[in-house]
Design a protein around this ligand. Structure first.
Ligand code: UTP
Length: 238
């Protein structure tokens, strides 16, 4: 058997913790434990609705954007700590505060779960950089939409879902999005640029049901958007 492939999953807070009371943490933990038998797994958890509520409250105190970002980062780390708790022994027990710490944690051979690291970006960017640093074979963005559209589907009824696109096409779509604290784009600009500068394929997939991710990875069955430089099939990841 060859070496285990490495995957980095950007797990949107809106997917994992739509709200604290109705969260997907247990279902995700169960699926991730299974994935970790086959792959080296890194998870970057987003802030979701709770982060946006904190950021809105911070703004109303006339706090600057970067400080609001820091508050958002703390919420992503809180969500990461919740997922780590649910994963139990399958996860490295602490939330790495940098990519370096995440790589160090990975040497323990367990699932590594982190949140944000620095203002001015989102956890999408964190996950894209982590994918580069970990030499990942695939980056997955598990989000609350079912893929990348030619335009924002909430604003343009004619927007079309794209099954497959190149990193350059992704960048063209993402440019023009907003980037203030709590901004909600399908993927952030920094992440799109990083995807464009390396050869790691990106799968953008609806993360509402964790099984969707397992089916994509293990069976190659998926309905999201695949961003890759070459037309070769990426999934299933063997
Ligand atoms: P998220 O990555 O969750 O952004 O970070 P999001 O767009 O809300 O994603 P979903 O909805 O969870 O999928 C939440 C906020 O935390 C700050 C930003 O303000 C971001 O909007 N943040 C996060 C940073 O400033 N730096 C980071 O590295 C990560």
């Amino acid at each position: 058997m060859g070496e285990m492939k490495t995957i980095v999953i950007s797990l949107g807070g809106s997917v994992l913790v739509p709200s604290l009371e109705s969260n997907n943490i247990a279902a995700y933990a169960e699926m991730l434990v299974r994935l970790a038998e086959r792959f080296r797994v890194f998870i970057v958890v987003g802030g979701g609705g709770e982060a946006r509520r904190y950021i809105a409250a911070a703004r109303s105190l006339t706090i600057d954007e970067a400080t609001s970002d820091e508050i958002g980062i703390l919420v992503t780390r809180l969500n990461a700590a919740m997922l780590i708790a649910a994963l139990g022994r399958a996860a490295y027990p602490a939330v790495p505060a940098s990519h370096y710490e995440a790589l160090e944690a990975a040497t323990a051979g367990r699932i590594v779960v982190m949140g944000g690291v620095t203002p001015g970006q989102t956890t999408d960017a964190v996950s894209a950089v982590l994918a580069e640093r970990a030499g990942a074979d695939l980056l997955i963005n598990a989000t609350s939409v079912d893929g990348i559209y030619s335009a924002d589907p909430r604003k343009f009824s004619g927007a079309q879902k794209l099954d497959r696109l190149s990193p350059e096409e992704l960048l063209a779509i993402v440019q023009g999005g907003r980037m203030d604290a709590g901004a909600n784009n399908v993927i952030d600009l920094v992440a799109a640029k990083i995807v464009q500068r390396n050869t790691i394929p990106l799968l953008v997939i609806d993360g509402k049901h964790p099984e969707t991710i397992a089916a994509a990875l293990l069976d190659g069955v998926f309905a999201g958007t695949l961003v890759s430089r070459t037309p070769e099939p990426v999934l299933p990841l063997e």
